[in-house]
Ligand binder design. Structure first.
Ligand code: SF4
Ligand code: SF4
Length: 187
């Protein structure tokens, strides 16, 4: 439904423009002088030595979730690649080794140079197999090919980098909870 935003009438001083320009310049000068004489008040991050705090829900580089046996959780349903507006996910399906599951990806590739980090792939996935919570935002490589990340790269994540409350990550092979259970079972 359209919403009409009421416009306030400009006063005669505002209509003259020059006083408003002077006000703007005065404000800019104030910031300049503050930064010049009190540089410690300017919020500065010594990047890249000091990295910014990235929230967990920031849409960063993707990862593929794993099953307890280490296989990808993905069932190769193609919903993420269908939802992707940039058409940068390519999947090839194969028969799953697990008799209860029909398919798994033989190839799962994302072209990070084409991706617009919209998050639609993660939203479309019916089995929570793809997430964008890695907090990896500085992606650099010296060739275009290296930005085409495959299954090996997408599944290479450490469960201990994720919160204890994230049981799916924690239970992944090598995860804290798995390691704990193996220790308790003596295996
Ligand atoms: S984040 Fe958006 S553009 Fe990137 S792979 Fe997912 S759906 Fe495609
Ligand atoms: S990541 Fe999810 S949506 Fe994409 S193919 Fe696999 S199961 Fe389907």
């Amino acid at each position: 439904m359209a919403r009409i935003v009421p416009r306030t009438e400009m006063t005669s001083i505002e209509k003259a423009y020059l006083p408003e320009i002077a006000k703007g310049l005065w404000l800019t000068l104030g910031h300049f002088l503050k930064g010049f004489f009190q540089p410690e008040t300017i919020p500065v991050l010594n990047y890249p030595e000091v990295q910014p705090e990235i929230p967990r829900n920031y849409r960063a580089k993707h990862r593929l979730m794993k099953r307890p046996d280490g296989e990808p959780r993905c069932v190769a349903c193609f919903m993420c690649s269908t939802a992707c507006p940039a058409n940068c996910i390519s999947i090839e399906a194969t028969e799953s080794k697990d008799g209860r599951i029909e398919k798994m990806p033989a190839k799962f590739e994302i072209d990070l140079l084409v991706c617009v980090f919209c998050g639609l792939c993660a939203e479309a996935c019916p089995v929570d197999a793809i997430r964008m919570d890695t907090r990896k935002i500085s992606l650099a490589a010296n060739t275009r090919e290296k930005f085409r990340v495959g299954m090996k790269d997408l599944m290479d994540w450490n469960p201990s980098d994720y919160p204890e409350t994230d049981t799916q990550s924690q239970k992944a092979p090598g995860g804290t909870l798995n390691a704990q259970a193996r220790k308790e079972w003596g295996v």
